[in-house]
Design a protein around this ligand. Sequence first.
Ligand SMILES: [Zn+2]
Length: 320
Amino acid sequence: MVFIGVDLGGTLIKAGLVTDKGEILKKETAPTPVEEGFEGVVKAIIRLVENLLKNSQVTKEDVKGVGVGAPGTCSRQGLVYFAPNLFWKEAPLADRLKECWDWNIYIENDATVAALAESAIGATKEAQNSVFITLGTGVGGGLIINGQIYNGSYGMGSEIGHMIIGENSYDCTCGNNGCLETFASATALVKYTGKLLEEKQESLILEMVNNNMDLLNAKLIFDCAKAGDSTALIAVKRLIKYLAIGMGNIISVLDPEIIAIGGGMSKAGDFLLEQLKREVPKYIYDKNRFFCKITFAQLENDAGIIGSALYAKWRGSLLE
Ligand SMILES: [Zn+2]
């Protein structure tokens, strides 16, 4: 059995042909033409998937369903309610794709499908209750409860990045102030470091970017922190503190067996993981009973494609 998984991001669309075991047979990538609006992005998805099929041995009849992981909240019927990075509100993605294809089409939040992929064949596969957090431009989250995806009663749940955990100097893309995303994303780290550097004459960071703040990025800040630069260490420490508060809150509410961290910033490696492991237990209720494992996700960039395909498989199985 083959499913198509589409990982729709703010920068790239990735599509793959995936077996029912979560193996990718073939994948292709194209830029997301955000500036062309909903219709332009839909056409880009269709082009990419048609190309993917054309360049493979798989026929349209072999495909048992299509899953799309979208960067926002989604209804069970395939409406993308709110995707600020794409500037979409109430976008009827499944209906529009159904006009072109006879397959069953299912839409779900991108971090939720990534959580499903990690739970099926990745870092959290032994757990019944797990949480996936992605640290990138934003902060996304996916929940697996009792072995199944959980995204709330109305599809509005698991928005871990929009838990409000403090007051911040800038507002979130969602319009609120104090969201975890504004403390613990790559964007947040760059903004906060930039603020610290305004009052600083000397820092390894300034040397590395040659005083050009446009070159500042999360990887460089983490590298400077690892090298012992005091400004970078202050910024990274703040990120870890707030991320740990967010994770402590998740543990207090859900008590998961494991939390897996993915996304570009997870590349910071053990330097990030070891500090998180020390920090998170400070923010739970019973500090003598800290059971939750904290680890890195395993599927990296493929989690979205695999998870979307497995989501289509799961939704399809409910019809049988
Ligand atoms: Zn927010």
